[in-house]
Design a protein around this ligand. Structure first.
Ligand SMILES: [Zn+2]
Length: 257
């Protein structure tokens, strides 16, 4: 993965794969050295993290100077293959072979861990990546649409079948989003400064007034808990949903954001 990263970086940076802008690290176990680097994640402050096949996580400043190094708590079953930095600068490590996610401060202090092996909600089977919905409700809207669940449905009213559809939809939407490099609405760009192109895959989000791709009905928008929720009133019927007096989905004309 990191070979690919460095290769792409070189191509992006100057158009000549033989002339990288910078090369960091060399083989070894000292600070700044790596054993088969596996993943790299950039922090909002310009620093970055690398995890290698020795299950060591290293933090570098934007010039590649080593800042911190720590080892994952356990690694005999396998080592992580992904890293993601949240907007607050903390590092989220999908600890693949332990079926959990561990969150660290930039200097390697563990903040929390969650997840166990399994196929139910909150459980993982070899998680390999973490992605944040930086724009709020994009992935929630998309997953609810795919599952045919109205966004105001109380969680307790979801029957077994709906829960299963929703769980599958959440996984499918996140997997698709990761594959397409995230969603660009405002200014999200990836490590190479490119916008994510998951936006083209969105079926309801920011499509208020447009025809639903499944049934042709007009996509509606409603603010729920202060967040925009987009849905199809036909494909996502309001079952068990209490409608507040005066609350009405907005059906503004076709709009392309
Ligand atoms: Zn529809």
């Amino acid at each position: 993965m990191t070979l690919l990263v460095l290769g792409l970086l070189a191509i992006q940076a100057c158009g000549d794969p033989a002339q990288p802008l910078a090369v960091w690290g060399r083989a070894g176990r000292e600070p700044g050295e790596m054993i088969y680097p596996r993943a790299l994640a950039k922090s909002p402050d310009g620093s970055f993290f690398v995890v290698d096949r020795a299950a060591r996580v290293q933090h570098f400043d934007s010039q590649g100077k080593p800042l911190n190094l720590w080892q994952m708590a356990e690694w005999s079953q396998g080592k992580p293959v992904g890293l993601t930095v949240n907007r607050d600068g903390n590092l989220w490590v999908p600890d693949t072979h332990y079926h959990r996610v561990i969150v660290f401060t930039p200097d390697g202090k563990e903040i929390k861990r969650f997840g166990t092996q399994g196929s139910g909600p909150g459980e993982f089977d070899l998680p390999t990546d973490v992605v944040f919905d930086t724009q709020g409700n994009i992935y929630v809207s998309e997953a609810l649409f795919r599952a045919g669940v109205h966004p105001r449905t109380p969680a307790a009213r979801l029957d077994e079948a709906a829960l299963r559809r929703l769980f599958k939809a959440v996984r499918a939407v996140l997997r698709l989003a990761i594959r397409h490099g995230g969603t660009t609405y405002l200014n999200f760009v990836n490590f190479w400064g490119q916008p994510g192109n998951f936006r083209r895959k969105l079926r309801v989000y920011q499509r208020t007034g447009e025809a639903c791709g499944r049934c042709g009905a007009s996509i509606a928008r409603e603010a729920i808990g202060g967040r925009s929720s987009h849905y199809c009133p036909e494909c996502q019927p309001a079952v068990g949903v209490r409608v507040r007096p005066g609350a009405r989905p907005s059906g503004r004309g076709p709009r392309r954001a």
